[in-house]
Design a protein around this ligand. Structure first.
Ligand code: NAD
Length: 487
């Protein structure tokens, strides 16, 4: 499969040469060696892709296809993703280091998400408002038009599907800019979309760097909505580009600094330690919603930290393509330097290093770091305020519930929060008082929750706009009103 992926723009259903002369070198994070090169992209590439998506939207080749056919095509697309899931995960693992053993947000999950939106496609209705005897008003939900999607590298295939599935189900056409670090699975997904029967021009991909391709897409006059997942810093620029160009709609899913709170009220500390560890170490901590701030009630701090430290020491660090590996390398040398920088800041701040704090598997030249745990971090310290995007957990103690809530809400971000308590009333209060989405646990989590049906909406400097669920499809629709007056 890898040979059939041409690292060039996929426009109007065809691989076409980029007009860019320069290339971007992708390095294999497992051994530090060059892996492949992709074009840096150009404004011209973006212009061609947007023109294709514009024509495809305006001539209705997708949104005017009967819903039953579109549904069948999206289900077929999902099945093709399922069939190639192992290969797609391997591409991502090689480029950015996510172990193939990690099921969270893998390609099978992406296929499930695509099936969800295929099924949701014809479930949305509009409204009819009564007026008086001789008039009434309708409101249809119509696609927004041409969607520009810019995605990060941390869950490459899944992040692509999280954008393209609801956008396509809503009837839009699309120009996708994958991360320059992980473009192969994105291009392959667009090829599978064609194979499934999505008409050429509906799903275009332009690989390249953010400063060239991402910026040109967000500034484009013919893009009606830009949906972005990535850092808060780039999210700010995206809003500016929208304002400087055509006031396109903006959806931003940005960074986080999520609290994981554990109360001393009878909580099963082993279950809590498992959950805290899993959340901070999945994908080597390169996950926007990771519980990076451990807020622990002072009376159980020592006991809980000991359990977490033991679990940190048990990860199997290694090649992400090895099915036994649970913890791979960081994605890039830049990520490695960033994480090490924050570990140095932690050491200098007087926080106590409980475990980790160094590189790992040095003989491989890969970007491996040890899972790292700091105790006694101050709630306003950089370690507790800034997104590290790596396997570094900062423990902060609190005395009572009020203090826990105050610390939990004390960041610019508000993406997710997790809390362990056996007290139902307390769980209710936390869910109400904490700004972001909240998960309350009293015991080892069981079941799969709401699956793809629940949507999540960040706030604060974590962004805005719902993703996942039916609300995630509504994000790609607008309400169109018509008034009828008759005699
Ligand atoms: P990033 O912001 O550096 O890049 C994200 C995407 O934006 C990439 O495709 C990049 O090429 C592009 N880009 C960069 N500069 C650009 C510019 N000037 N104009 C337009 N596009 C530009 O983020 P990253 O390093 O790829 O990913 C990590 C970040 O993503 C973290 O901050 C993480 O929290 C965030 N993230 C958030 C969510 C969420 O759902 N909230 C999910 C995953 C990742």
């Amino acid at each position: 499969m890898s040979d059939s992926i041409k690292l060039m723009p996929l426009i109007e259903g065809r691989s076409t040469d980029s007009t860019a002369k320069n290339t971007f070198e992708v390095v294999n994070p497992t051994n530090g060696k060059p892996l492949l090169s992709i074009p840096v992209g150009s404004e011209e590439d973006v212009n061609r892709a947007v023109a294709s998506a514009r024509t495809a939207f305006d001539d209705g080749r997708w949104h005017q296809t009967p819903p039953s056919s579109r549904k069948e095509i999206l289900h077929r697309f999902a099945s093709l993703i399922e069939k190639e899931a192992t290969a797609l995960d391997a591409l991502d693992a090689e480029e950015m280091g996510k172990p193939i053993s990690v099921e969270f947000c893998n390609s099978i999950a992406a296929a499930g998400l695509m099936h969800f939106y295929a099924e949701a496609l014809d479930k949305l209705s509009g409204d009819v408002f009564n007026s008086d005897k001789h008039s009434f008003v309708t409101q249809q939900r119509v696609p927004v038009g041409v969607v520009g999607a810019i995605v990060p590298w941390n869950f490459p295939a899944y992040c692509v599907v999280l954008k393209c599935a609801p956008a396509l189900a809503a009837g839009n056409t699309l120009v996708l800019k994958p991360s320059e670090l992980s473009a192969r699975s994105a291009i392959r997904l667009a090829q599978l979309a064609l194979e499934a029967g999505i008409p050429p021009g509906v799903f275009n991909v332009v690989p390249g760097t953010g400063e060239i391709v991402g910026k040109a897409l967000a500034l484009h006059q013919q893009v009606d909505l830009i949906t972005f997942t990535g850092s808060t810093a780039v999210g700010r620029s995206i809003m500016q580009y929208a304002g400087q160009s055509n006031l396109k709609r903006v959806m931003l899913e940005c960074g986080g600094k999520s609290p994981h709170i554990v109360f001393d009220d009878g909580v099963d500390l082993d279950a809590a330690a498992d959950a805290v560890t899993q959340l901070i170490l999945t994908n080597q901590g390169q996950i926007c919603s990771a519980g990076t701030r451990l807020l622990v009630q002072d009376t159980i701090e020592e006991a809980l930290l000991e359990k977490i430290a033991n679990r940190f020491k048990q990860v199997r660090i290694g090649n992400p393509l090895d099915p036994k590996t649970t913890f791979g390398p960081l994605a890039t040398a830049k990520q490695y330097a960033r994480v090490m920088h924050y570990i140095d800041i932690g050491r200098d701040s007087g926080a106590k290093l409980i475990t980790g704090g160094g590189g790992a598997l040095a003989d491989t030249d890969g970007y491996f770091v040890e899972p790292t745990l700091f105790q006694g971090v101050k709630a306003d310290a950089p370690l507790a305020q800034e997104e590290i995007f790596g396997p570094v957990l900062s423990s902060i103690t609190f005395r009572d519930e009020d203090e826990a809530i105050r610390i939990a809400n004390n960041t610019d971000y508000a993406l997710a929060a997790y809390a362990w308590t056996t007290n139902l009333n307390r769980g209710m209060r936390l869910a109400s008082e904490i700004r972001s989405s909240v998960s309350i646990y009293s015991n080892k989590p069981s079941g799969e929750g709401a699956g793809h049906a629940a949507s999540y909406e960040p706030t604060g400097q974590s962004g805005f706009g719902a993703e996942s669920g039916i609300a995630g499809m509504e994000s790609y629709l607008r309400r169109k009103t018509a008034s009828f007056n008759y005699g």
